[in-house]
Design a protein around this ligand. Structure first.
Ligand code: SF4
Length: 352
């Protein structure tokens, strides 16, 4: 099956439409270990480094992809569309103009956007994406999300290192979905047989910029933290909601887009806070780790509001700025370890 790559800053791209078109969707994530030199020729140095890593991946691999789909997310992804179009000539480009609002007007607009995307794919590849294909893709996608929810729920009960959770979420957006279902079932049996949650680890909720490389999740484990809840795109934003089973599959995708844990680029931001507080009420955590990658404005700006709001509810919160590097940041590690000590001294959790 041919692969179709997509690039978004949250979970805005409608994978199910390219699945219905007969392609296997692959989320472009870049490779932090490779550096961004190839992309730096085309982009300002203060541009989000994660997206520069994505451009490096596209420059190297676009010839292998049937197409590249962009979804409107943050300013970085939007500006990249023009830059990539100018410099990558080996594959067709599509732009999905996901609205930043979630009200009724925005939903009507988005339905038109998705219909246009379907028509453009039909025209480009001489195919016909029908209701049946879309419903089959939605069914498969929901199967994946259900398995991921079961896996994720084990984080607070079993010994699941942050790296294992990260690799599971990364695999979910890079593997053909049919194969993925089998992989996730095998993983579920493995995780269910793991030892109980380790006594020395502190359960946390992780929020902020998407974490796209395993080394940063490992850093949290080194500092003694286990991520048992999150609202990241390589995380709960991807699997928390089910795509509704309705007669109109395009309408179902619109509703799904409204129901997922919202990213910092969506407005109003209330939905994002609602999801965070809901997660905190559902699962016992001892603290919240909020972070933004350097040059990630949406999450840096949002933290000014989310961090005090969560703290006001009685939770212990730390906010960090991190670099796009696989190297261990010892300063950050020291801050996290100090934060863990404070939590332990004060008895952990809310209202302490
Ligand atoms: S890390 Fe921040 S700036 Fe970069 S793509 Fe994601 S949301 Fe946009």
């Amino acid at each position: 099956m041919e692969t179709f790559a997509h690039f978004d800053s949250g979970h805005e791209f409608p994978e199910e439409i390219v699945m219905a078109a007969g392609f296997s969707p692959v989320k472009i994530l870049g490779d932090v270990r490779e550096g961004t030199a190839a992309a730096d020729e085309y982009l300002f140095p203060f541009f989000c480094p994660f997206t520069r890593g994505c451009l490096v991946e596209a420059l190297e691999n676009s010839g292998k992809w049937a197409g590249i789909g962009f979804a409107h997310g943050c300013d970085a992804t939007d500006h990249h569309y023009d830059i990539w179009k100018a410099h990558i000539k080996t594959t067709p480009f599509f732009y999905v103009n996901t609205p930043m609002k979630v009200d009724k007007t925005a939903q009507n607009f988005y339905k038109g956007v998705l219909t246009l995307f379907i028509n453009n794919l039909n025209k480009q590849y001489a195919i016909t994406i029908g209701e049946k294909e879309l419903k089959d893709a939605i069914g498969l996608s929901n199967q994946v999300k259900s398995l991921m929810r079961q896996l994720a729920s084990l984080r607070s009960e079993k010994d699941i290192p942050n790296s294992d959770y990260f690799e599971m979420t990364r695999m979910a957006v890079r593997t053909p979905k049919g194969l993925l279902v089998e992989e996730l079932k095998t993983l579920l049996a493995d995780w269910e047989s793991r030892k109980p949650f380790p006594a020395g680890k502190t359960p946390i909720l992780l929020t902020g910029s998407d974490v796209t490389f395993v080394e940063w999740m490992e850093l949290l484990d080194t500092a003694g933290f286990r991520v048992v809840r999150d609202d990241l795109s390589l995380g709960e934003r991807y699997f928390a909601a089910t795509i509704p089973d309705t007669d109109d599959p395009v309408e179902a995708l619109v509703t799904y887009s409204r129901n997922i844990p919202q990213s910092a680029t969506r407005t109003p931001s209330d939905g994002r806070m609602e999801y965070l507080l809901k997660a905190l009420s559902e699962t016992k955590v001892d603290a919240v780790v909020s972070q933004n990658m350097k040059f990630c404005e949406p999450y840096a700006i949002d933290a000014v509001w989310t961090v005090p709001a969560i703290r006001e509810k009685g939770y212990k919160v730390i906010h960090l700025e991190r670099d796009y590097t696989p190297a261990v940041d010892n300063q950050l590690l020291t801050r996290l370890e100090a934060f863990k000590e404070v939590i332990q001294q004060k008895g952990g959790n809310r209202n302490a």
